[in-house]
Design a protein around this ligand. Structure first.
Ligand code: ADP
Ligand code: ADP
Length: 226
């Protein structure tokens, strides 16, 4: 697992208040960390700063102790999963999942082995040859999850990945995401505005408000009855 350390991280778009306002946070190797808070509280911007999609106004971010301020997104080796899974429609399931490995020039036999392994992990064995349009929304999101972890990223960043799914499917995929987190042992950073989802999934929750982390702790520490 990878340690993700944020020190006094600020992103200012020139609005009345910075989108992210001096956030310091250490996400432990292998931890399932959730950013929870209302819309506009800075969760996605913080995730995008970790990913390298946005540049810092101030502060620093390091992965396993190495500062990534000047490292472009594709060199950070982080897996991403968003609400709209954005599979390549003209590629099969297997080709979609293989894509990050082909980009990294991994040998063919190794690609075949890894794709089979990760499709098994997301319980889509046998669907390798199908195109995304033949799959349900939940299955498509599982393909996107497989594609996001197949290259063994340093960490997986998930931005409301279940937001577009109906209630039953959300619950089922929450269970799968937990299981996959346990099996791969990687650091997960998960953004949601859904408290129940955060409580179901997280080792720790960082509560965002107005670009700051107001509280941080285990679901029990934050929500246990007094
Ligand atoms: P959340 O993910 O918690 O909904 P965001 O990080 O998306 O919050 O947004 C935090 C604040 O920053 C909001 O006020 C939002 O409008 C603003 N913001 C986010 N991205 C940009 C951008 N690219 N340009 C200007 N303002 C932005
Ligand atoms: P989310 O659903 O994750 O909160 P949004 O729908 O708020 O995301 O924003 C979608 C995209 O638009 C993001 O890339 C975000 O950075 C950008 N964005 C959000 N708010 C603003 C803004 N006020 N001005 C410009 N871009 C913004």
């Amino acid at each position: 697992g990878t340690e993700i350390k944020l020190e006094h991280v600020t992103k200012d778009y020139g609005l009345a208040t910075p989108a992210v306002d001096g956030v310091s946070l250490t996400i432990r190797p292998g931890e399932f960390m959730t950013f929870l808070g209302p819309s506009g509280s800075g969760k996605t911007t913080t995730l995008n700063l970790i990913a390298g999609f946005e540049t810092l106004t101030a502060g620093s971010i390091s992965l396993n102790g190495a500062d990534v301020g000047d490292v472009p997104p594709h060199r950070r080796n982080l897996g991403m999963l968003f609400q709209n899974y954005a599979l390549f429609p003209h590629m099969t399931v297997a080709q979609n999942v293989a894509y990050p490995l082909r980009e990294r020039k991994v040998a063919k036999a190794e690609i075949a082995r890894k794709v089979a392994e990760v499709l098994d992990l997301v319980q889509l064995t046998g669907r390798d040859g199908d195109h995304p349009s033949k799959l349900s929304g939940g299955q498509q999101q599982r393909v996107a999850l497989a594609r996001a972890i197949v290259f063994e990223p340093k960490a997986l960043l998930l931005d409301e990945p279940l937001g577009a799914l109906d209630r039953n499917l959300r619950a089922a995929l929450q269970t799968e995401i937990r299981r996959i987190h346990r099996e791969v042992g990687s650091t997960f950073v998960f953004v949601t505005h859904d408290q129940e989802e955060a409580m179901n999934l997280s080792d720790r929750i960082a509560l965002f408000n107005n670009g700051r982390i107001e509280q941080i702790g285990t679901p029990q520490q934050l929500y246990a009855e007094p």
